[in-house]
Design a protein around this ligand. Structure first.
Ligand SMILES: Nc1ncnc2c1ncn2[C@@H]1O[C@H](COP(=O)(O)OP(=O)(O)OP(=O)(O)O)[C@@H](O)[C@H]1O
Ligand SMILES: [Mg+2]
Length: 249
């Protein structure tokens, strides 16, 4: 039996005393892409914030297991170091820090290597920027300063490629992605998966469109803090056609 790379077990999460997640179970095997969908306010971003280790979100019961270890109490940076990539783990904007420098520092922290060869890292970044269709000058721009929505997304995928995670959690819902940005994320994730076939992905999204290009193995529907149905790609297609009506209580 293949061991899950990531498992959420009966997770209950409260914010300021109100229970938002009411028992969520989800298991990601190596190489799998899981899509999490659900109406506004169902708790998707709450789950992402909890997986990120945001302390505003209290896990009242259940646990989060990564590669067999209970990480429920781990702080954010330790999760990152262990190989969990969370698109929200980085500050929005870091004035005066170029993209390339930031990536080198993040990679050094992840790999616990003090002296990564500047040249080697730069070459790897350049190679990925090419794969992701990014202009080489992008690496010398300051992180997220004046980045367009699409550029931010490309940069996130670039971070994911460079940091070589084993599990990636991407919450795309709040970012107002246009069609191009959706495609960028889908293609980028596919490129990274091609390079890391065992990478597990949890993609939180409202859009069937992204799943047309990034095939999910499993689709889950979250309603009112619970996964009310799980299935294959046909589930997101049904959602697209029928909306959430059938699952609302
Ligand atoms: N920090 C917070 N303080 C108070 N309430 C919160 C907080 N975070 C989330 N909530 C509440 O939890 C519920 C779920 O919110 P959440 O952002 O997780 O939904 P969502 O599924 O991501 O929705 P959307 O599709 O709109 O992004 C909402 O009722 C929201 O108001
Ligand atoms: Mg959300």
């Amino acid at each position: 039996m293949t061991e899950a790379v990531f498992r959420i077990e009966d997770l209950h999460v409260s914010v300021e005393g109100t229970e938002i997640l009411k028992g969520v179970d989800l298991e990601v095997l190596p190489g799998e892409v899981h899509a999490l969908m659900g109406p506004n306010g169902s708790g998707k971003s709450t789950l992402a914030s909890t997986l990120l280790g945001n302390t505003d979100y209290q896990v009242t019961s259940g646990r989060i297991v990564y590669k067999g270890e209970d990480i429920t109490a781990w702080p954010t940076d330790v999760r990152g170091k262990a190989g969990i990539f969370l698109a929200f783990q980085y500050p929005e904007e870091i004035p005066g820090v170029p993209v390339v420098q930031f990536l080198r520092q993040a990679l050094a922290a992840r790999k616990e290597m003090g002296d990564l060869s500047v040249l080697e890292v730069r070459l790897s970044i350049m190679e990925w920027m090419k794969k992701l269709g990014m202009d080489p000058s992008f690496g010398d721009r300051y992180l997220n300063e004046g980045f367009s929505g699409g550029e931010k997304k490309r940069n996130e995928v670039l971070q994911m490629a460079i940091l070589e995670p084993d599990m990636a959690i991407l919450d795309e819902t709040d970012s107002g992605l246009d069609i191009d940005a959706l495609r960028i994320v889908a293609h980028g994730v596919n490129e990274v998966r091609a390079a890391r076939p065992h990478l597990g992905v949890l993609l939180i999204t409202h859009y069937q469109r992204i799943l047309d290009e990034l095939a999910a193995d499993h689709v889950h529907i979250l309603v009112n803090g619970r996964i009310v149905e799980s299935g294959g790609p046909e589930l997101s297609e049904r959602l697209e056609a029928e909306g959430y009506e059938a699952w609302r209580s």
